[in-house]
Structure formats: structure tokens, C-alpha cells
Design a binder for this molecule. Sequence first.
Ligand code: 0A1
Ligand code: ZN
Length: 884
Amino acid sequence: MQRTDDGQTVKLSDYRPTDFDLHAVELTIRLYEGRAAVRAQLSLSRRAGIAATVPLRLDGDELTLTSLALDGEAVASDRYTATSDALIVEDLPESARFALTIETELVPEDNTQLSGLYRSNGIWCTQCEAEGFRRITYFLDRPDVLAPYKVRVEADKAAAPVLLSNGNPVESGDLGDDRHFAVWDDPFNKPSYLFAMVAGDLDAVHEPFTTASGRKVTLGIYTEKGRVHQAAYAMDALKRSMLWDERRFGREYDLDVFNVVAIADFNMGAMENKGLNVFNHKYVLLDPDIATDADYAGVETVIAHEYFHNWTGNRITCRDWFQLCLKEGLTVYRDQEFSADEREQTVQRIGAVRRLKAHQFPEDQGPLQHPVRPSEYREINNFYTATVYDKGAELVRMIATLLGRGDFRKGMDLYFERHDGEATTIEAFIACFEAASGTDLSQFARWYAQAGTPTLTVREAYDPAARRFEVTLRQTLSEGAAGTGTAPMVMPVRFGLVGDNGADGDPAGTVCGDARIADDLIVLTGKSASVTFENQPSRPHLSVLRDFSAPVTLDHDQDAASRLTLARLDPNLFNRWRAASDLVGDALAEAGKDPLGDSTQPLPDAVIDALLASAGDDALDPAFRAQAIALPAEMDIARQIAVKVDPDRVHDAVESARQQIGKKGYPVFERLRKGFDPRAAFSPDAASAGTRALANTALSYLTAATQDPGSALRQYDAATNMTDRMAALAILAHHFPEEPGTATALDDLYRRFEHDDLVLDKWFALQASAPSHDAVEAVARLAEHPHFTLRNPNRVRALVGTFATANQVGFHRPDGVGYQWVADKLADLDTINPQIAARIATTFRAWRSFEPARRQKIETTLRDLRDIKGLSKDLRDIVERSLK
Ligand code: 0A1
Ligand code: ZN
């Protein structure tokens, strides 16, 4: 990728292909204690039309060159320049292919950034997306340079009996001296970011899988010693993912083996390297004793996501990193659809929308705003964002909504047919749906280029005499930090006209303005339009933006009676959930907002009744009922308040609501608890998980009503699985911190699971999220705990990340010490792992929304961070953009 004038910003408009073509890669990696030697043999040729005077410029990052040869001959030192971050070779052949052999030496043990080749609990592993391969060898390290790879790994037999890389295993053997080797061959062209190598003393489980067309594949999951029994559910999820992709998208697996490795130290969730997925072991290892239902769902989703990348990401990859959403948005859409099919549609959709609103909306509405396809970046690692992933998925979902399931599938088929083996662009992706459906999507493409969350304003009018119901839709988008324009977009708005009896009426209406209507879908294309529905004997209750058919902020000034009716009766369950959740959210935002009023003011009875109606309705799915009564997160309420937020008031409003709902709903919650058998045998399926979720939500309300921790203490002691255990412990730690039994239970968890890092993460996170002004002292103490380390990303996220994002009261303590503590930790972390430091630092981005005293303290904290000498590019980028 081209660097622009300031040497910092990379621009989409500067894209041009490489000067040299890469034809094949042969790698030999020799692993020793304390060092690794890498030999890369690259078959290259100058591209037609590139002058013979143009040198070859390869990317590097903290590299040491030990030798360089051209077609087997050492290259004279005046023909090349090698620095730690580039290798420039002159006088290369004008047209013929040539072989460049590059040798580098690394110290994986010193690689604390966890990008490139590093060691995790003794295991050698790699992480190359986005630009980690250049930390292994000098390379054309960009996603549009594709080649087949042959990889030879050598290591001590004892330290690394297992040697893995991409593709199929082709050879292995003894080298004498207690060393051995393995050779892997990946016949599929791939970019360097999909390279992987793992070596170590690992346990494994293998299972066979036969694809629809009869290819026999061996599936393998590798773990640290003694943990492979915890990989059974991941293996099951993998097989279900493979089957689903065959059935839903006609996509089969394409190699003889598919391996997954679970690693303790990993910057992200997992990585889709061709044939060798490497995972944060949090997304592989489970059993009922250590994992909650949420963990099971997470494993299922991430396993599916990485597997689905084999087609959407690997077979077809991105031309450049600006196209990241091409693989990520599409693959998130695919994993969401998988989870919806495997579990329950509405519950999955509610989860996805909650996440979008919690993570993407604030990003899109603050200083770190960027379009789904950014047009410039300084540090690509900072663009693995909720906007690229989750809003990117929403855009694919909208294409599916606009085209309908049949044409959407045709468009996907065409995409696979046209672009298999290529590195391509969003334009090419969209063109496939246009060609398959005959729809012009040029206006739709604005969603990829314009940042910000549009507002959809809905107004309604009913004329009883004319029996006419009129709905006006208007879209607005204000220019934000990204400055990417505000032109009207194509907005699919699913709707229904609900009668007093809860049944959907005839949706046939007439459009006036820039929109079209077909069945229950209005597609708004201009700034505004209205739709008239005739023959309405009574005023219908408008259920709009069903299933969240577009990622917008809805401004619908609906009267309270209709909102309450929809919260009880909307036949579209997603909107039934949203109606109830918005009623509570609005009431809490109102209560939390007014600095002079009482933040603990009563919630309207009718609102509580609407929540309880869903909770008590045994005909509904328990997981849905649990969602229906879950209160919005404090952060979501703060976002709704938007200006002069006081997190303490928001917290008080939520606490008061819990107690009010608990008291009013006591009989309902008691009945739910009676029907729940906590000793029932554990099964991770969605229905059982839903039952547990409902029962545990009921427990939380009951303890809020009685202010008595007894039942939570008993549940903690009697729990037979981690879901029930953690639910009880969260109630205790968050709401009964002074109760002696709380400390005892926390100690008990620690003692039982001290040996298990994933449970220890929960132990750290639970305490970091306990809302109190003393929380900063508590996290500071925990940071001194022998099990705390800045070197393990999961542990850092558990303590520092959780405190900064999930403890609004503690983090935003009025004197600013919460900000200071996090900033100090980030400064230390930045010298070890800048990617993680940058990610946690995004929590400061909301600074402008707080009341003046806190706002000023966060701003000062950000400025102090910015002024630190030697700050990483990653952290500097986030801090500077946040201050913009
Ligand atoms: N592509 C992976 C996520 C991932 C991204 C970046 C990484 O390092 C900077 C690592 C993993 C996925 O979407 O699952
Ligand atoms: Zn992904």
C-alpha cells in the first residue's frame, strides 16, 4: 500500500497494484529455544510495463536480515538496503522470473505484541492479520498479493511434537539430534495475512467429516496439554457449521484437513488462516463447570465465523484493507444467520441489535466515527471495529431484505462464481447482486461510504371520518467527525398495522414521495415520503422498523397506548421486545437525565405491567422472556441521554427500576423460580439456556425486591453449572457487596478454579464490574494480584477493559481517579501490547457526552496520554482521533 505525503495516512484513492508479481512462496521455519530462523524463497517477476529501474520494495517490521540471495547467489551489499522495516532490492531482472531467498532471525519469546511469530505458554504460534507477516519475513505484505505456500517447520521433538501449517500435510520425518520436521502444502492462492504456523506440545481430538460431494476431511482441534476434553462442543459446532454452509450457501470445504488451535494469549477472538484457524482458547474450551451459556453461544458463533471465512475471506479475499467489511461484514451476517437457524430467530436478532446499539452506535456517533468502508487510516489494526463488523453485517442484511431470499442467494452464488480466487472490492460484491436481481444498488452503496447513524423519523395521522391512516417517513443524517456526506440512503422499513386484538391488518398502502412499497416493506429512497392506508375502521398501532430492518435511530412519536399495546401484543416478537425495551429505556433516560429531579422516581405502572406480561407468558420462548425483562445497560441509557450525563444518576435510576419491577412482579418471579430445577442435568442447547436465563433474571429481581441475598447465596452454593454459579455471584458482588457471604463466595470461586485461567478471568471481571465509588481501589488491588499480568490480553480485558466499559459508577468516579488509573495502565500496556492498549482506550471516546466536570477530567486524561513520548502508533491514533 502506498504511503502518502505525511508518511502516516494510507488512502484508498492511492491504491495501485504491486510492481512485482508473486508466484510462489516456500518457507522454512527453524524453531529453537530463544530464537527462530526463517528462510523465505519467493518466486517473483516484474509486472509488464514496470521499468527495469524500479526496485523491489518489501515490507518488514522489527526484522533482522541474515542473508539475501538471488537465484541462489548472494546479493552484493550495494544492490539492496535492509532496515528493520523494509528491504529494497535493485537491478532485478527485467522480465524473467527470479527467486529471492531471504533469511531472517527472530526472538518469538520477546514478541509481546502477539503479532507475527510469538510464544504462548511455550507454544509457537503466528498471527498475521493484518500486517504481522512482515514481522516474520520481508514480504509484499498486502492482501492482493496471492500465492501458493509450501512450509517446512523444524523443531525439537520434545518441545514441539506437533508441527502445523496451512493446507495439507505432505511430509514429515526425523532430523537427528532429537529434532524433526513437517512439510505442509497449501495449493490455494492466499495472501500473507492468512499464513499460519503452530508448533508445540499439544493435545488433539480428531473427527472425520464428509462433504456433500464426498470429500473426506479430517477435522482436528488442538489444545494445551490436558484440556482437549473441553473441545467437544467446539468440534460439534464446527461440524454443524460445515453442514449449514453446504445447505444454506452451497459452500463446501476444500482441503483434506481442517485444524483449529486454541491458544491462551491472543489479541482477538480467533483467526481464519487457511486450513489452520488459530483461536483465543476462550472460544474453544468449555465444559459446564467452567463455562456459562453465554460462553457456549460465543464458541458456537466464533467457530462458525472462522469456518465461514474459508469462502468469504479466504477463497475470495480483500483487494486492500479498506475492503475489510467485504469479508467481515459478510461473515458476521453469515454467522448471525447460522446462530438464528441453530437457536431462535428473534432471540438472536435481539442479541445482535443490542450489540449493535451498545458498540456500533456510540462509535458511529462519536469522534472515532468512520464509514463501513473507510477511505483512509493510520493504523489498520484500529479498524477491526463494530462499524466494519456489525454495521457491515447490517448492510448485507439490508441487501438480503431488499432483494428477497431467492435473489440474495443468486447474488451470493454469482459472487462465488465470479470472484473465486480473487482479491476484490465492495463494488464487485454489490455488482453481483445487481446482476443477479436486476436491481440498481448504486444509491444503496452510499451506506458503505457515509458514516453516521441516520435517524428515521416516523409520524402518523389518523382520520376517523375518512378511515384513513397516514404514515410519514423522513430520513436525516448529520455530518459527523468523518465528514463523509449526508445524502439520502436506501432504507428498507418493514412494518405492520396491528389491531387492538394483536393481529396484523392488510399492509396495502399508497406511496407519495420517494419510496416504494411491496407487502410489508416500505423502501424509503428520498428524504421523505408518506404512505396512506385506506379502509382503517379504527386507528391501527403502527409497528415499524420490524426486525430492525435498517441500522437507524428511530424517532417515532407514538402515543403511549399504542406503545403499550405493541409491547404486549405485537405479532412481530422482535418489535414486541423493542416496544417494551424502549418504554423502559425512555423512562430511565428521563429519570437519569434531570439533575434536579429524583433519579429513583417510579416507573409508570403500565410499563412495568407490559414487561411482566411477557415475563409471565408461558407460551413464549423463555430466552425471549428473559430478554424482554432485561433492563438496558447503563451505558445505553447514558447514550440516550447524550449530553451532560451523570453516570451516578443513571445507575440510581436503573437500581430503583430493578427494585420496583422486582416488587411489582414478585408473584411472577416466584412462580418462575418454582418451575426451575437448578439440579437438572446440564445441556447447553438454546432451550435449556433460555430456561436458565429466565430463572436467573427472576432471581435477580427477587433479591432486588427483598434486599435479601439469601436465595443468591444458596444458589451459589448449590449450583451444578457455571451459568447458575456466576448468575448468583454477580447478584452478590453487584448488589450485596457488604454481605459477608459475598466475600466468601468470591473466595470460594477463586479457590475452586485458581488453576483455570478462563474462570480466573471471570473472577477478575466480576469484581472489576461491581459498581461502587471504591471500585478503583479494588481494581488497583487486583492489578497487584499474582495472577494479574499485562501480558495476557484476556486478563487485561477482564480487569482493565471491564472496569473501563462495564463499571460506569467506578470508572466515572467524580474525582477522576478511575480515568487516571486506566490511563496509567494503558501507558504501561502500550509498551507491551499496543493493539490491546488502543482498543481499551476507545472507552474515552464518549468524553463529550458527560457533565462538565467529568468531561473536563476525561479530556485532560486524553491530553496527558497524547503527550507521552514514544506512544505506539496504535494508541496515538485512537487518542488523537478521540480528541478531534
Ligand atoms: N479476522 C479475524 C479477526 C482478527 C483480526 C485482526 C487480528 O489481528 C489484528 C486477529 C484476528 C476474524 O474476523 O475473526
Ligand atoms: Zn472475521
